[in-house]
Design a protein around this ligand. Sequence first.
Ligand code: PSU
Ligand code: MN
Length: 315
Amino acid sequence: MNDLLTIAPEISQALAQGEPVVALESTLITHGLPHPVNMETAIDMLQSVRDAGAVPALIGIMDGRIRIGLAPRDLEVMLASGKQVLKVSRRDLAYTLSQGLNGGTTVAATMICARLAGIRIFATGGIGGVHRGVADTMDVSADLEELSRTPVAVICAGAKAILDLPRTFEYLETKGVPVIGYGTRELPGFYMRETGLSAPLRLDSPAEIAALAARHWALGLSGGILIANPPPTQTAMDRVEVEKAIDQALESATEAKISGAALTPYLLDSMTRMTEGRSLRANVALILNNARLGGQIACAFAAESAFRPSSALAS
Ligand code: PSU
Ligand code: MN
């Protein structure tokens, strides 16, 4: 395993001492946000985790090695190198490593890498899910399957509203993934605070979320946990505006015949253009908001005594 992973010294030390660590994904920097907003966001999301009292672990693949604790300048070097930076999900991991390539890791791949490093808490923007028109395309993000099998808690602002949200959450229900609305009974929809869908569970504090996570894994249940954190009110968008922009973005994707892994980045980029940057501002703000909550949950989780494998069921 050490042949595959390089863990930054600060992070391996924190992990060895049971201190709070938060995994962060890199696809949202390499493929989800435009330059230079992506680099500013990378720096700010690391700081948001630190402000909450935890150590950030930005995860990606550089020269065929999984890096736990990339610095924003590593990503800058990767993006400026002229070498292709791949969008790496579960299916692409072994290829990227064996070919010595560079890549941003998606939610699915970041969960896998976090687990290998021993990190249980992971903050991102929005997870992938069931795409609209799934009956024709079968396009379901590997993020959902990963949540059903890999024991990492993912803090997000819900699934991206460009998706088929009811089917996305049905899938998670079928797979037995706990989905928690943080301080809300309604699932947030990434750009917007409301979706009209009710959150299966509601918890109001990082400590309660950490307690749930510790017990989920103490039961021997292998999968992940999803925490849906409503985006900040100041930049959250109006549902009508979001839906209108999504319709336009989907139409343009169909016309341009975009599918597969390229679809999500394409839709996010179209949304930015259709909303004159409002979706981009909302996206950045919710990423930082989630990084902060991730830090708080990691702190509570580190203090959670139920999460000791040997004494797990005794408590
Ligand atoms: N959330 C964002 N921006 C992104 C993504 C999520 O705010 O770019 C990325 C994540 O890495 C997620 C991926 O895992 O999109 C989902 O892609 P797909 O639908 O192809 O699985
Ligand atoms: Mn897909």
